[in-house]
Design a protein around this ligand. Structure first.
Ligand SMILES: [Zn+2]
Length: 460
């Protein structure tokens, strides 16, 4: 092993990187439009390479040996299902047994002098923070994927963009920063969250620098709109926003700022996976970098195309810590491969539909809190907030959906009865609904403070 210090530009062959994962805007004229055969031939080649690499990592080798799987068995994309999947619980165990990094990393701190390295941690929304080591290639390729997603949302080279995510142990703010600065030639205003730069100051900076996007949660962006109104401004006219790459209440965001919002999907360990196109018929997966499968949340077996299940993801772009059949337990649907109205053959997934590990079996029926929320809120009198609790009442499990309204209390009984009727019709079991005033659920949902609002608590 060489001990000579290498700089990022010595580690990476940039022309090769740009051929392997084409950056925007070129991407949308080239690899975004290639044929299904070309997409899948490339996936198979990269999948074989990633399998061979993952097999060198103890976490995968142990599991694969135990399951009788070997990388040589991959001869077609369908063979991917022969490899065992794993969930976040397996990663947590790995960290417990091998603190602090677990045995699932494909890079090491010892090697940092010769291969530049970064470490980021998951946001810990569902348990202890999970570290991931990234090689320089992983950072750059990941930044290209993020740049594609931001470009698809409407951000263009030369734009000034406010980055109001937290620059912390988490990946988020840095991923955006790297994508904007290195791959989109945008000027990043690193404001950080409202704790670092006050909301009034964020509004002022966005206006002074004519920012075309403010990267943060949808809820915080809507809060900035309220602050702007308090300052006597009109969020639609007095900002210069061209893009809303914010995850949140789409209808409210679009109505507030008058700019389209497209859905996207990604997570800490692998960065940006899929982005919605203007056709709005699902989210196109960046298939030069990922293979998405959807599996049954209980049996972990792949489900038929078009059926909802848990996303099981394999990345085929990294050189460091692999993710190979990671059952991330986010619910979605894999749509059949078809040519989209936008011209792309890339596979589409349905928008994020909830967490598989929140599933509750209520009198024999599998129910997800997010699905309850969706049905419960189908009433214009209700605000877009909900929280579901599973409780034990006597000998029975019950689920209670809490919803909020601006309507007067005299109407709450009727709103409750209507919502309970919708839930009974949709799920076939009786669920309780409790109505309360606006903002009354904030302490439970953490909607104003967390990028991923909480929707469920199991109190049984
Ligand atoms: Zn499309």
């Amino acid at each position: 092993m060489s001990t000579k210090l290498r700089r990022p530009f010595e580690v990476i062959d940039y022309p090769e990187l740009m051929r392997t994962h084409v950056p925007p805007p070129e991407y949308f004229e080239t690899d975004y439009l290639i044929s299904p055969e070309a997409i899948e031939a490339r996936q198979l080649e990269r999948l074989k390479q990633r399998a061979a690499r993952a097999y060198q990592v103890p976490f995968f080798r142990k599991r694969w040996d135990a399951a009788g799987f070997h990388p040589d068995q991959i001869r077609s994309l369908a063979d991917l299902s022969r490899a065992p999947s794993y969930t976040v619980d397996d990663i947590r165990k790995s960290i417990e047994q091998h603190p602090p990094l677990g045995d699932y990393q494909g890079a090491s701190l010892e090697n940092a002098a010769v291969d530049p390295l970064r470490v980021f941690m998951s946001g810990a929304t569902t348990g202890a923070a999970r570290p991931t080591l990234y090689t320089q290639w992983d950072r750059e390729a990941g930044a290209i994927l993020t740049a594609r997603a931001l470009y698809a949302q409407g951000i263009r080279p030369g734009d000034v963009v406010l980055n109001a995510w937290a620059y912390s142990t988490h990946n988020g703010a840095f991923s955006m920063d790297e994508a904007l600065h290195r791959w989109l030639s945008c000027v990043v205003l690193t404001t950080g969250t409202g704790n670092v730069t006050s909301s009034r100051r964020q509004v002022e900076l966005a206006r002074q620098y004519k920012a075309t996007a403010i990267l943060t949660t949808g809820d915080y962006l809507l809060h900035l709109a309220d602050v702007a109104r308090e300052m006597g401004l009109d969020p639609k006219k007095d900002f210069h926003l061209k893009a809303l790459p914010n995850i949140g209440d789409r209808e409210k965001l679009e109505a507030t700022f008058g700019v389209p919002n497209y859905q996207s999907y990604g997570f800490h360990e692998v960065q940006w996976v899929a982005i919605e196109c203007p056709a709005r018929k699902g989210l196109h997966v960046f298939e030069d970098a990922f293979i998405v499968q959807v599996v049954d949340p209980e049996t972990h077996e792949p489900v038929a195309e078009g059926q909802q299940g848990s996303i099981c993801l394999t990345e085929i772009y990294k050189t460091g810590s692999p993710q190979f059949r990671y059952n991330i337990q986010d619910l979605s649907t894999l749509l059949p491969r078809e040519k989209c109205d936008c011209g792309s053959w890339l596979r589409r997934i349905a928008p994020f539909a909830g967490r598989a590990d929140n599933m509750v079996k209520l009198r024999g029926v599998n129910i997800w809190p997010e699905a309850i929320g969706e049905v419960a809120l189908q009433d214009p009198r209700l605000e877009n907030e909900y929280f579901v609790r599973a409780v034990r009442e006597g000998a029975r499990d019950e689920m209670i959906a809490h919803v909020t309204t601006r309507a007067e209390a005299a109407h709450w009984d009727e709103i409750q009865r209507d919502a309970e009727a919708r839930l009974k019709e949709r799920f076939g079991v009786r669920l309780k609904v409790e109505v309360s005033g606006i903002d009354s659920l904030d302490a439970w949902t953490e909607v104003k403070t967390s990028p991923k609002p909480k929707r469920f608590r199991d109190e049984r």
